[in-house]
Design a protein around this ligand. Sequence first.
Ligand code: SAM
Length: 278
Amino acid sequence: MKRLFEVPATSAFVLSFTSEDIYHGEAARTFLRSIDLSAAEPLVAQFEDLHEEIHMEILNRKHGVETSCRKYLNENPAAQVIHLGGGLDPLSIDLADCYPKARFFDVDMANMPIKEEVNQAVNGPDVAFLTANLADTSSLIEILGGAGWNSDAATLLVSEGISYYIPKAAYRNTLASLRTPGGHLVFEYSIPDRLLAGVPKAEVVNEFFRRFTALLSIPFPMQRYDDEEIRDLAAGLDGEILDTLTQYQLEYSRTGENVMRYDPRMGAIRVSLIQFHG
Ligand SMILES: C[S@@+](CC[C@H](N)C(=O)[O-])C[C@H]1O[C@@H](n2cnc3c(N)ncnc32)[C@H](O)[C@@H]1O
């Protein structure tokens, strides 16, 4: 019988929102099938009434993040890639499978040993799985350097599902220290509730963030970004925004229609692609 890897309930919960269809290569799909998600069932039950909406929004974001990464890697197939707060999501594994000349660093403060173990068990590609706190820049740089990251060579930074959990000033500092000339940043984030006032289904987004924040009990509000903050973030990194994908655009790009996000203002989660100058 195939071995299923057990993971903590909150990690299994986050993984339950993805789908094999998002990934292009066989390694990431096999990786997902190898993880036992049953520990997430009590949590999934708590979000049952919101599940369809949130699942769709997260699939759209994952599609947007993958697509933005591929856009960069198609042009720069031998670049370095740092996956920030990747958790157990197999995005780095999928990209490493598809871009064998690129060099991959997957950094999170939790779950990296088990991610490495599962990746080995499924004969996945070469990825450095590193345990580090993204808010502690000096030790992060040391750990990345020790794993072979070259801070002078072009690097794609991938930030999905992590902008919420690190105070903005600290995260700006982290991103500034990882920025490389010729590199890009794929930055996934949510706009604040106030920008969704009067927009259809805004209450679904508000309610999800309310319940999720309570579940995680982080000691500060979840960090959400408005357009001006994204522009400032890009400018502060000596970069520019090439594109920002909204839920309306992402649903259309992923499914070919706008059924659940039928108004361009709908949905909270966006994906920006930022190019660094120099
Ligand atoms: C919601 S999960 C997102 C996982 C994956 N990127 C995704 O989008 O499915 C958030 C991840 O951020 C990690 N994380 C949160 N704060 C962190 C920090 N200060 N340093 C490193 N990792 C952190 C958590 O361990 C967790 O794996």
